[in-house]
Design a protein around this ligand. Structure first.
Ligand SMILES: O=C(O)c1ccccc1NCC(=O)[C@H](O)[C@H](O)COP(=O)(O)O
Length: 401
């Protein structure tokens, strides 16, 4: 039993017991909150098409002509396949990040009453979990204003998708050094504001001119001071480098939205997403022509991702997103032995991410087996971020070898 405090919007508070731990999505408690668990409600409401889809496999469900109902059904199928609530399935795969507070948001309104949950469950355990919980609220709110069918219509006006992986491969061939994904990043939770004088289009142009193969654009506002306006502005300014939308994707809607704003690639974080989400989201990417950079941080995540078919691009993040510790030997460790061999056999391109500051760092991760690097801080903090690229690589990579 969980204790809750009830007050009115005018501030009067009384205490009342709560009969079960509430679980709901969105801003208002749903029927299932009153009835019991969310899963009970969903099982009863699973439509026949969804059950049939499950029998025929989830894959059959996604096509160019998928409707929003199909997509909603698919998400339910995915939950059924997981056998339980998504967080339970995630925990079985070693995922510690919970998708949303297990006891619901700290405060919510029921008619004129304001409820505040008084237990510890609704406190995020680390920064990544905090980002994900904030993202869950943000996405559910923006989806109300811009439903999927509206976003899908906007896809027709989006600029054509560019070949992100192709650009990385071409750069690697041309320079003999890891291809650079240069990050347009104003601030981060671990380092605070990295650059006061921040003009995203100017920085993007400078990166491109100085040899970046692709760009990564932070779009999260709350924790990185990024935005989709930045992504769109860089895209519309005629920058030719393919663009990675650096976002915390937890919902298929975000992938369509990223594409509508000009993204050529998206990031999927294995520390947050269960295997079925990764499979489902990469399928949507293929449908939209987007590349998916699937990010791992440890052996377990790497093994999970290697067991998924069709992954072309894996990012090894040297930063532990729960503790902020950065250690570039992480890249080497994850590419040693059998894992390195599987990556080679599957022709997967590996991107070394975070904490790269010197030519020695670049050589180190290249020797470990990466063919691309994702770099933010060490470039963005330079007076001239474009010129910083030659400093980082030890030579001008905009020139042919
Ligand atoms: O950078 C952070 O503090 C951070 C915190 C929580 C989640 C993600 C975070 N960063 C995303 C990245 O991994 C980096 O932006 C990217 O790899 C570039 O890293 P760096 O070159 O060290 O800026």
């Amino acid at each position: 039993m969980v204790g809750i405090a009830i007050g009115t919007s005018s501030g009067i508070r009384v205490s009342a017991p709560c009969f079960s731990a509430p679980k709901f999505r969105g801003n208002l408690p749903s029927r299932n909150w009153v009835a019991g668990t969310r899963m009970d409600f969903r099982r009863k409401s699973t439509p026949l098409s969804c059950r049939r889809a499950k029998e025929e496999s989830t894959d059959a469900c996604i096509s160019e002509t998928s409707t929003d109902d199909d997509t909603a059904n698919l998400i339910k199928v995915r939950e059924l396949e997981n056998g339980n609530l998504p967080d339970d399935a995630a925990a079985k795969q070693g995922i510690r990040i919970r998708r949303r507070p297990p006891t619901g948001p700290p405060t919510h309104m029921v008619g004129p009453f304001q409820f505040r949950l008084e237990n510890e469950g609704n406190t995020p355990r680390n920064i990544l979990e905090k980002i994900i919980w904030d993202k869950d609220v943000e996405v559910s709110q923006i989806k109300e204003r811009k439903p999927l069918n509206v976003v899908k219509k906007a896809l027709a006006d989006a600029p054509p998708v560019r070949d992100f992986v192709g650009a990385l491969k071409a750069s690697y061939q041309r320079t003999g050094m890891p291809a650079l994904i240069a990050e347009v990043k104003k601030a981060s939770p671990s380092r605070g504001v990295l650059r006061e004088d921040f003009d995203p289009v100017e920085i993007a142009n400078a990166y491109e001119k100085n040899g970046a193969a692709c760009l990564s654009v932070l779009t999260d506002e709350k924790h990185f001071q990024g935005s989709f306006e930045n992504l769109e502005a860089i895209c519309r300014a005629g920058v030719e480098c393919p663009l990675l939308c650096k976002e915390f994707i937890i919902d298929a809607w975000q992938i369509y939205y990223a594409r509508s704003k000009g993204a050529d690639a998206i990031l999927l974080i294995a520390a947050v997403l269960p295997d079925l989400d990764i499979k489902y989201f990469t399928k949507i990417c293929r449908m939209l022509g987007l590349a998916a950079l699937v990010e791992v941080h440890d052996e377990r995540e790497m093994d999970r991702v290697l067991s998924i078919d069709g992954i072309q691009l894996i990012g090894i993040n040297n930063r532990d997103l729960e503790t902020f510790e950065v250690d570039i030997s992480n890249t080497k460790r994850l590419l040693e032995g059998e894992r390195g061999e599987i990556i080679h056999q599957k022709d997967i391109m590996v991107v070394g991410e975070s904490g790269l500051f010197t030519p020695k760092d670049i050589s180190y991760v290249q020797d470990a087996g990466v063919k691309a690097v994702l770099v933010g801080e060490s470039l963005i903090k330079q007076d001239d971020p474009g010129r910083g690229i030659a400093g980082l690589f030890g030579r001008d990579i905009s020139l042919r070898v």
